[in-house]
Design a protein around this ligand. Structure first.
Ligand code: BTN
Length: 253
């Protein structure tokens, strides 16, 4: 069997607590763990977010997991963050009839607040990509008081939005099902359906005024959607910037 034919989640390694599932997955990928293996924990003591931020991983409330992927040559890696966000959005919509949205590049929002973050870390060898780790953290059964003061206005959880306790395992299984579906589309280079789905789930509509942090500089302009390489298109007067990674620091500006 070709290693990339293994299903995502055919092996799930569960630990009640760990430092960071991304770190576990990375170490294990370096030791040769095959495509599809997942590390999942009920709490993390050193959960990591993007740009060195902390990911608050409160015990038994959220879902914290990391997937080892070995995509092989010519895989359109730039779409990986998007299919991860799409998988979370669709799972939450189907199970709870909620309508989450993707805030570029890969945060997932409910009612204007973040409830899911995605951290992708890749390693490249001489022959191209060796592995990619997709780390997903979801605020599921958090109460408002669970968040530190500075996050209370910015973060939410599914429980806060629907007002009842959620079965974490049910949501986890659904996300894995969706990840398998969308990963296959990506592996087959079926970008147009991913592109269309991303547009339909985008937090901000085309034409919105946004500010993006790209490297060290802030670019302010009009959101023009995404190109075929997954770059965000930002029109600043007559220039169209193609932005492959960064952070949207404000919208409707
Ligand atoms: C972000 O929004 O900054 C990304 C947050 C990613 C958090 C998840 S939780 C599971 C995995 N392990 C980590 O240490 N981080 C990711």
């Amino acid at each position: 069997m070709k290693r990339e034919n293994l299903l995502i989640g055919s092996k799930v390694i569960f630990l009640p607590q760990c430092s960071s599932t991304n770190d576990l997955a990375k170490e294990s990928a370096q030791m040769g763990e095959p495509h599809g293996t997942i590390y999942r924990c009920n709490s993390q003591t050193a959960g990591r977010g993007k740009d060195g931020k902390i990911w608050y991983s409160i015990p038994n409330k959220g879902i914290y997991f990391s997937v080892i992927l070995r995509p092989g040559k010519n895989f359109p890696l730039c779409w990986l963050p998007y299919i991860s966000g799409i998988s979370v959005c669709e799972s939450v919509r189907e199970l709870f009839n909620l309508f989450p949205a993707i805030k570029w590049p890969n945060d997932v929002y409910l009612e204007g607040k973040k409830f899911c973050g995605i951290l992708i870390e890749s390693s490249f060898g001489r022959e191209g990509i060796d592995y990619a780790i997709v780390g997903i953290g979801i605020n599921v059964n958090h109460e408002r008081e669970d968040f530190p003061e500075y996050l209370k206005e910015k973060a939410t959880s599914i429980k806060i939005v629907i007002g009842k306790e959620i079965d974490n395992n049910l949501l986890f299984e659904k996300i894995i099902e969706k990840l398998n579906f969308w990963y296959e589309k990506l592996a087959l280079n079926q970008i147009s359906i991913i592109h269309k789905t991303l547009n339909s789930l985008s937090l901000i509509p085309i034409g919105s005024k946004i500010e993006v942090l790209d490297g060290g500089r802030i670019i302010k302009g009009e959101f023009r959607g995404f190109d075929d390489q997954g770059a965000l298109l930002l029109r600043e007067r007559r220039i169209i910037h193609k932005i492959y990674s960064g952070e949207m620091i404000s919208y409707n500006v």
